[in-house]
Ligand binder design. Sequence first.
Ligand code: IPM
Ligand code: MG
Length: 366
Amino acid sequence: MRTHSVAYLPGDGIGPEVCDVARRCVNAAGAAFGFNVRWDEQSVGGRAIDESGRALPPATLEACRSADAILLGAVGGPRWDDPTAAARPEDALLALRSELELFANLRPVTAHPALAAASPLRPEVRDGADILILRELTGGLYFGRPQGREEHDGVESVVDTLRYTRAEIERIVELAFELAEGRRGHLTSVDKANVLASSRLWREVVNEVAARHASVTVEHALVDSTAYLILTQPTHYDVIVTENLFGDILSDEAAAIAGSLGLMASASLGTRTTAKGRLGMYEPVHGSAPGIAGKGVANPLATVASAAMMLRLSLGEADAADDLESAVTAAIEDGPRTADLGGSDGTEAVAGFLLARIGAGLEVTA
Ligand code: IPM
Ligand code: MG
């Protein structure tokens, strides 16, 4: 039997509830498709700060390094929000991204017709929208140094640095073209080249890489107008590639096209490849949602959809990934609805619906 090792980092807030559903779904897919997953549970975020004073304990980082993939729930919550605290839960995410070189963050956005009422966009605007946002994840303002407060001659100031090397831009842009080739062949590179030097190098690199991918139609777009157009003409987009902070903002905005942040899955892919795929970290985009934690009402679909991406991209289990994705689609079409989708069903109702479907098609054909 094929065995995969997954570092399991449920984290804070609703993280443990939604991760538990995803883990059971993956185990069910393993039973149906003939693989076994070793889940290595580790602390991260606020929970880890409470236990050890560090958001990313060395043992957690080590477990992530040696795993085939990482499944993460969410980090953070009001308990750890003190801006003067020495350790912050979010530090763990940034450290994982940089330590594991998780440079490519994939955030797919699909407008499912069954969720028309959950989206603020009119059906004729959103119908057919299917976008892959590719966010650079290890450079830009998040990591550029210097960063922090300074005081010179009695003048207090603060600095954040937007730094990219050419190689960092090249690797994300190259991946963007490859992903566009596997989709509809349209790539939008989003920047602020009318103001930022980093964006002007970004454009230059996109044009160079474009020469090696003649089948892809590429356009350059400014981030401010894209923030408008992504909601007014979402069907225009196929793959969007952009730097770290622009991608952070645009991907939350684009969740309005899907209908809920509770549906947004993500994969953060690293540079290390194995025989099965690339090392990656998989997590829902929604965060820890402390207001509903522990109540059994969180929507687990984004985490299950993230786990499906993990099966496909890091574990080489494409059939199981297809099966999990079909179960998620069925749940969206006529499954139980959690509150974020306008329903009143609980997490367990969604879990039961998914588990009843995973592997079900196989028994019929066997
Ligand atoms: C995300 C989150 C993180 C980010 C935060 C929690 C640090 O918003 O993954 O989009 O800004 O990258
Ligand atoms: Mg974000």
